[in-house]
Design a protein around this ligand. Structure first.
Ligand code: ZN
Length: 148
């Protein structure tokens, strides 16, 4: 295994029914990956929508679905067909005004970086810090001063 690029911490893969990671469309090398900040946004929207529709009744086990279920539901590999023509900055898909899934993208580092740069749900600070973009390195920063 190659060491994973830092960008991977912003993405989740999906294990299919065959126990293998779901491939990106017909691509034999790359996987479907989902932007974690976009998934979190989907979850927040979905959770709000569901708890609002339940109202002030005591939520029973069948009403309030677990976050794990919601998250699994958001990751639809078939939505990858939308990815190449996706124009929105966020990857959350809406159907009739309601969040209906999160579009996966291809697991190429450049593709993932490109989305994270544009993603409105990835905070600049967290992305820049974790992706260790070199423009953030200060000339007198600790990373450089230790080399002298
Ligand atoms: Zn995103």
């Amino acid at each position: 295994m190659h060491p994973k690029d830092a960008i991977w911490q912003f993405y989740e893969t999906l294990v299919g029914e065959d126990g293998k990671l779901v491939q990106y469309l017909t691509n034999k090398t790359n996987k479907c990956v989902w932007c974690i900040p976009c998934l979190d946004k989907y979850m927040a929207l979905k959770h709000t929508a569901e708890t609002t529709s339940i109202g002030c009744h005591e939520p029973g086990p069948s009403q309030a679905r677990s976050k794990a279920v919601l998250r699994a539901e958001a990751k639809k590999p078939e939505l990858a067909t939308l990815a190449t023509n996706w124009k929105e900055k966020a990857l959350v898909l809406f159907t009739n005004g309601a969040p209906s899934g999160v579009v996966p993208i291809c697991s190429k580092v450049d593709t993932m970086r490109s989305h994270s740069r544009r993603c409105p749900h990835t905070t600049d600070a967290s992305y820049r810090r974790e992706a260790q973009l070199c423009e953030l390195l200060q000339p007198d920063g600790p990373a450089l001063s230790t080399a002298s």
